[in-house]
Design a protein around this ligand. Structure first.
Ligand code: HEM
Ligand SMILES: CC(C)=CCC/C(C)=C/CC/C(C)=C/COP(=O)(O)OP(=O)(O)O
Length: 301
């Protein structure tokens, strides 16, 4: 990472730049899955402590996003999608991003430990370290399997929410982890198909860059199959009721259809990757809805 390739900072950073460092648009779904994990956990938690736990997930995820941008500033400068972020655009120096990310990481983990328990705090610390060290620093620049393994970081929040309430981890939160873990490849590779030129220019070995479009399409479909099984499993396993089960079958069915369309088609220059964009958008709505259905099921049964 050579800061020399970045423009020198001219405009002083303001709170909006610090907010942008936390990747708020991506993190709202991460926080939502954490909230759902907390809401379906048995036993309940005092609302103030529950709110604090969710705040800690949000701050920890934001800290991870800031450290990711601190480390990748010169890569972000090479991609259209990311060149306007505070560091590549020269609105903030790297040192500030590093201090902000490290400070917020410690704060979120310690507050989580004090407010709830140290298992939840420990898993939060692992997710931050996993995203920053395992994914961002180690795997992302090296292998097209980066998001398969590194994506685990984004799957921890339901476990954290659950552990904040119960102090342990059991079958349902483990399944929720698995759903997000298996969801991540179709989510990301759908987008990677149409931004692959950007990734190639930045030297990031994302799957469509390294293995080509056809393989990526097949992999999207292949990962959707176990994801579908994991998403439906809580009902037959007796971990959720019919409200969740029927919702999961319908929502996952539509995901399978979209993934099959993307998986077995060939794009043409004039179709602007519409099915891929639709799958990406659906992947996000899907996760909101399926986790929302789990909470609704919990409240209704
Ligand atoms: C390593 C795994 C992942 C990768 C590489 C990845 C990558 C991306 C990228 C490149 C975008 C484009 C938008 C942007 O730059 O802000 C995006 C959007 C998004 N991702 Fe992911 N993602 C991953 C995992 C996750 C997880 C685990 C979640 C939540 C549970 C998530 C939720 C979202 C959401 C909500 C958006 C839409 C943001 C918006 O509305 O602008 N992603 N993702
Ligand atoms: C609780 C906790 C610490 C959660 C961690 C959250 C987490 C790992 C989310 C993963 C989603 C994410 C920001 C992917 C971006 O990938 P990228 O960095 O390759 O995307 P970019 O190219 O936009 O920088």
């Amino acid at each position: 990472m050579t800061p020399a390739t970045l423009p020198s900072t001219s405009i002083p950073a303001d709170w909006r730049d610090f907010l942008a460092l936390t990747k708020p648009s991506v993190m709202r779904l991460v926080v939502f899955t954490g909230l759902c994990g907390l809401l379906v956990a048995p036993g309940g938690i005092h609302p103030v402590l529950g709110f604090t736990a969710i705040l800690c997930i949000a701050l920890g995820a934001g800290a991870a996003g800031a450290l990711n941008q601190w480390y990748e500033a010169d890569v972000d400068a090479k991609m259209k999608r990311t060149e306007q972020r505070p560091l590549p655009a020269g609105r903030m120096d790297r040192q500030s991003a590093l201090h902000f990310g490290v400070g917020l990481s410690f704060f979120s983990v310690i507050l989580m430990g004090v407010a709830t328990n140290w298992l939840a705090a420990g898993i939060l610390a692992v997710s931050i370290l996993f995203y920053v060290i395992v994914y961002t620093m180690w795997l992302k620049p090296r292998t097209p399997q980066n998001i398969v393994i590194g994506g685990a970081a984004g799957a921890f929040p339901p476990l954290i929410g659950w552990a904040a309430v119960t102090g342990d981890v059991s079958a349902l939160p483990a399944l929720l982890f698995l759903i997000v873990f298996l969801w991540t490849p179709p989510h990301f590779w759908a987008l990677a198909l149409w931004v692959r030129i950007d990734y190639a220019a930045a030297g990031i070995p994302m799957l469509p860059v390294v293995a080509g479009e056809r393989t990526t399409r097949r992999q999207i479909f292949l990962y959707t199959l176990p994801m579908a099984a994991a998403a439906v499993a809580p009902w037959p396993l007796g971990l959720a009721g019919p409200v969740y089960g029927i919702s999961a079958i319908a929502l996952t069915g539509w995901f399978l259809v979209r993934a099959a369309i993307v998986g077995f088609r060939q794009s043409t220059p004039d179709d602007a990757m519409k099915p891929e964009k639709a799958l990406f958008a659906w992947s996000i709505l899907y996760l909101f809805l399926i986790f929302g259905a789990l909470v609704a099921d919990h409240w209704l049964s």
